[in-house]
Write a protein that binds this ligand. Structure first.
Ligand SMILES: [Zn+2]
Length: 320
């Protein structure tokens, strides 16, 4: 009799646990993030209450992304869509239309102060006028546009995370407290990340902070950590540098004493390798700009991506 009652209580408890587990497992909010870095932010804030799918995955190039029928289905099934904004997802409108998706489209960069491509990069340089002229010639197609790569400043990433928390709260009020708590602890991690990058790069003398990268993805990073970036392509990977562009870039690299150059995970490395041969500047490794690495790579999360990039920058600029 006692055993039976005990068994009954146990069964009821198990049923209750199963009900909760089933509910949590069956109904996470289905969120589609436009690219992997944003997907990481959504996963950090959403935790178990959100199931995140990204359109442009690890090592993918969002600038030249061509949505597939599978992407159309992802959007059609979504409860919420989160995008970067700032003109980054030029392919979004047609994809939304094709999918029939009618839910909210949250713009994660809302509230970020937009920078124009290349803005501030040469402002402190005594050769500013001349350098700017060359820079213009190199990437005039994109030079007038807003740089969409705002996540490359950790301070901006904190704005993204606030926006993600607010948008998840609006979509799932029952778990808002959890989203806000996750966002708060993740933001504390971002604060530490920002301080560490700042402290590391502070060890590089200002005159050595000049690098060449493939495409212009680092306006925000350059501004935040006072690095001078010269990009071989424009702010989008869609435009290719011409032979004259490359020749101008090589002259500029020699004239300005560029310290380091980097290939990127989303770009063809051949242009940078050519410039390396012509200038004798050693490539400093592979920077992750618009996409995370695969899970077993060096940049599977935003935090690891930024630490990886900052470590490469510091080592190359210090000449170690
Ligand atoms: Zn880019």
């Amino acid at each position: 009799m006692t055993l039976g009652r005990h068994g009954l209580v146990l069964a009821a408890t198990l049923a209750l646990v199963a009900a909760f587990a089933g509910r949590a497992a069956a109904e996470p909010l289905k969120v589609v993030a436009s690219f992997s870095i944003l997907g990481d932010f959504v996963a950090e804030v959403g935790g178990p209450y959100v199931s995140v799918t990204t359109l442009v995955g690890p090592n993918g190039d969002p600038h030249v992304f061509q949505p597939s029928p599978a992407d159309v289905r992802k959007l059609a099934a979504a409860d919420l869509v989160v995008v970067n904004g700032l003109g980054f997802e030029g392919w979004l409108d047609r994809l939304v239309e094709a999918s029939g998706y009618r839910g909210a489209i949250a713009i994660a960069s809302n509230g970020v102060t937009p920078l124009m491509t290349g803005e501030g990069v040469h402002a402190h340089d005594e050769h500013a006028a001349k350098a700017e002229h060359v820079h213009q010639a190199v990437d005039e197609h994109d030079h007038a546009g807003v740089d969409p790569h705002a996540w490359q400043s950790v301070a901006n990433a904190e704005i993204y995370v606030k926006n993600v928390a607010a948008t998840l709260c609006a979509a799932d009020r029952a778990h808002c407290a959890e989203f806000e708590a996750n966002a708060a602890s993740y933001s504390a991690e971002l604060e530490r990340l920002d301080a560490d990058i700042e402290a590391g790069l502070a060890q590089v003398p200002p005159e050595r902070r000049k690098i060449i990268t493939s495409h212009d993805a680092f306006t925000y990073l350059a501004r935040a950590y006072r690095i001078e970036i010269i990009a071989a392509q424009g702010a989008s990977t869609e435009s290719e540098a011409s032979a004259a562009d490359v020749a101008a870039l090589i002259r500029q690299a020699r004239a300005e004493g560029v310290t380091a150059l980097f290939v990127e995970n989303i770009s063809d490395p051949r242009l940078i390798e050519l410039i390396a041969r012509e200038t004798g500047v050693k490539p400093g490794g592979k920077l992750y700009t618009d996409a995370l690495s695969e899970p077993d790579g060096p940049a599977p999360t935003y935090v690891e991506m930024m630490r990886h990039n900052a470590g490469l920058l510091q080592a190359a600029l210090q000449g170690s």
